[in-house]
Design a protein around this ligand. Structure first.
Ligand code: SFD
Ligand code: AMP
Length: 637
């Protein structure tokens, strides 16, 4: 093995990740750390300017509550999220983010993000909760503020965090390696804030051949948050609640602006609008089938029923929507101008956040004002910050609890997992969906403030056992040795009887998940027997993960990304198996338990016990907190 330098960093708060939640955490932590003479260190596997889901930019801010202007109340937002998640949500967490999110949005604007304004100077809404932005540089702007707050000396980029360090039941830090230099990193910290995003490529993507790897969710988020928190022994929640977005087919362009801003219809190939023709199906999923807006998974489901009936392809009727808006402008000259404006907005929507969709339009000679475009359900992703819900089970705020929830939803520090000193935000924390980019930033701020408080209350530096670190170092770097030892054993470095390359390993994982756990091939359908088979095959895969081999640092990262995906997969399969009902058709359908059951209106949680190497599954009550008398004051800080 090449010589590896060991770099040791001792800090007070370690922020793992550099995305929206981590940038929020950095800004807030810097403020409170300065007051308390503490050190904060942030580690990102990539370059913060363009890391995470917002790398390419975004065309909308999906969470803005407008509390101060009286546009909405906290209760409104909580109801929206509860309904969209078919009743399964932590109201305390959702409300806590909702009361802080507007201030994050105002900060973005102050830092230079262009938010669309109307002639009166008010924000232009895409929908009730969404604001339109010129967001190509969204992430650069948010990262710059984080860097300014923390100072570049406290930011370490291109270091991949693999595993937690523990001191008994308290987090003690993390280990990882540089993806550019032969350096192994040991971070010792009093508290760790996990914000390493969700996971993609756990399921086989629709893309193939030269397009392989193209997905809606960014390929670099590989389940690091879930892996880290599971391995630390934290209780996890909503691991079954994957997200399947409907997107413009093959390049995954966003649909939100089309549905909400342009009020476009989606129809099948026979010109039938499935939201109308399939409306009676919604009766089966009451009460959530009858709420407005119809929950995202049910919108998917109605579309999927059409596809299964052979009525596809499905189309976004862009031509119809654009012509309709333009027709509302009576003057002919003005109408022409309006058409041009709408055309530009349609292209910008993609250019701001999914450039490849604009390229695909150009390559296929699509003019959105003339022809419809195909849309389709994507493969499943794990993104608790969007319309999925998977993540760690964390403490809520003390002041948004009632007598019933206080005992089970609050344990001292906001956003702390069930492990002492381990904080989570964004995709890393569960049961608090619909936070999106802005809410993830706000939640990062909330978690960081609480983490600093934890450190002030728990001043001792946890012990880091040298044997634990040495063992991890050996295990993490082993794929490099394995390759060197056996590389001569075959003529093709990708195929060898003694080892497996990470790409092959990923294909195997994806095939298991796709076929047995309700991927695209299985029309998002699974059952007890299929899930049990998936668990058998995942157990073999786990055994074989000891044979992963890496040719270089890049492949070493790929090895660990895929091990992390495998753990996310196992938590997912175990939880779908545990929940004996179908609650989110359109995300997944359990053919052996095809309906929603009252007794399953609970959280399905799980925990991997590090001492026993065993999984425990448990139900947790959903405690309603809203309606409450009035809204809470916007908190400062
Ligand atoms: O509409 C490690 N999202 C949208 N949100 C909006 O507000 N508006 C939109 O327009 C949005 N659209 C959208 C969105 C997401 C995606 C994928 C697309 C389109 C294509 C949602 C938000 O983007 C999302 O909610 C937030 O970004 C979540 O924030 P966070 O911090 O939880 O995740 P992140 O930003 O992806 O950052 C992850 C960070 O972790 C790093 N990382 N670092 C060290 N070690 C490791 N092992 C690591 N693994 C990962 C990453 O580098 C990154 O810095 S719309 O189409 O839905
Ligand atoms: P998307 O582009 O699908 O991520 O959507 C952006 C935002 O609009 C998210 O907040 C979605 O929940 C919401 N959204 C998208 N489509 C619809 C729809 N048909 N009805 C209601 N909300 C939607």
């Amino acid at each position: 093995m090449p010589d590896f330098e060991t770099v040791e960093v001792t800090t007070d708060l370690l922020i793992c990740g550099g995305g929206m939640a981590a940038c929020g955490a950095a800004v807030e932590a810097a403020y409170w750390a300065k007051q308390n003479g503490l050190k904060v260190t942030l580690v990102d596997k990539a370059a913060m300017d363009r890391s995470g889901a917002v790398a390419m930019g975004l065309s909308a801010i999906n969470q803005y509550v407008g509390l101060k202007d009286g546009q909405n109340t906290l209760k409104d937002y909580v109801e929206y999220v509860r309904n969209d998640l078919m009743g399964v949500t932590r109201e305390d967490l959702v409300a806590n983010i909702a009361r802080h999110v507007d201030s994050s949005v105002h900060l973005f604007e102050k830092w230079g993000l262009p938010i669309w304004k109307d002639a009166q100077g008010a924000y232009v809404h895409e929908g009730r909760w969404q604001l339109m932005i010129n967001g190509e540089s969204y992430k650069v702007i948010v990262a710059e503020a984080a860097k300014n707050a923390l100072g570049v000396d406290n930011i370490i980029e291109r270091v991949f965090i693999v595993e937690p360090l523990m001191d008994g039941d308290r987090i003690a830090g993390a280990v990882g390696f540089s993806v550019r230099e032969n350096k192994f990193y040991i971070f010792k910290a009093k508290a760790v804030l996990v914000a390493m995003g969700g996971a993609v490529h756990v399921f086989k993507p629709r893309s193939a051949g030269e397009g392989l790897g193209r997905a809606w969710y960014p390929p670099w988020n590989s389940g690091s948050s879930a892996y880290f928190t599971i391995k630390a022994g934290a209780e996890m929640t909503c691991q079954e609640v994957r997200f399947i977005p409907v997107r413009f087919k093959d390049a995954y362009g966003p649909v939100g602006a089309w549905f909400l801003l342009f009020k476009s219809r989606a129809t099948n190939a026979l010109d039938e609008a499935y939201m109308q023709t399939r409306a009676s199906e919604l009766d089966k999923w009451v009460p959530y089938g009858k709420v407005k807006p119809v929950p995202a998974n049910l919108r998917n489901w109605l579309m999927m029923l059409d596809v299964m009936d052979g009525k596809g392809p499905i189309y976004m009727r862009t031509e119809e929507a654009i012509q309709k808006i333009a027709a509302d402008t009576p003057d002919a000259k003005e109408q022409k101008k309006k058409l041009k404006e709408l055309e530009a907005e349609a292209w910008e929507d993609f250019l701001d956040m999914t450039i490849s969709q604009a390229i695909l339009w150009a390559a296929s000679n699509i003019a959105p004002e003339e022809a419809p475009s195909e849309i389709a359900a994507a493969e499943p992703y794990f993104i608790g910050s969007h319309s999925g819900a998977s993540g760690a089970w964390v403490s809520g705020p003390e002041d948004i609890q009632n007598d019933k929830s206080k005992g089970s939803y609050f344990w001292g520090y906001c956003n702390m997992a069930t492990v002492q000193g381990l904080f989570c935000a964004g995709d890393a924390s569960g049961a608090s969906s619909h936070k999106f980019s802005s809410g993830s930033h706000a939640e990062g701020r909330i978690a960081a403030k609480a983490a600093i408080k934890f450190i002030v209350d728990n001043k001792s530096q946890p012990n880091v056992d040298k044997a634990q670190v040495d063992g991890l170092r050996k295990k993490i770097l082993a794929p490099l040795d394995r390759f060197q030892q056996f590389k001569g054993g075959s003529s093709d470095p990708d195929i060898n009887p003694e080892y497996m390359k990470p790409k092959m390993f990923m294909f195997r994982l994806q095939k298991i998940m796709d076929e047995y756990a309700g991927g695209v091939t299985a029309q998002f359908t699974t059952s007890q027997r299929n899930l049990e088979k998936a668990l058998d095959l995942l157990a073999f895969l786990k055994e074989d993960s000891e044979k992963l081999a890496a040719e270089d640092l890049h492949e070493l990262m790929r090895c660990w990304e895929n091990v992390q995906r495998m753990w996310q997969a196992e938590a997912h399969v175990r939880t779908i198996l545990f929940r004996e009902e179908t609650r989110w058709p359109g995300y997944y359908f359990r053919s052996d338990t095809p309906s929603m059951k009252k007794e399953w209106e609970v959280f399905a949680n799980c925990r991997w016990d590090p001492a026993k190497d065993a999984w425990e599954m448990m139900k947790r009550d959903i405690v309603p907190i809203f309606p409450q008398p009035g809204d809470h004051e916007l908190l400062g800080g």
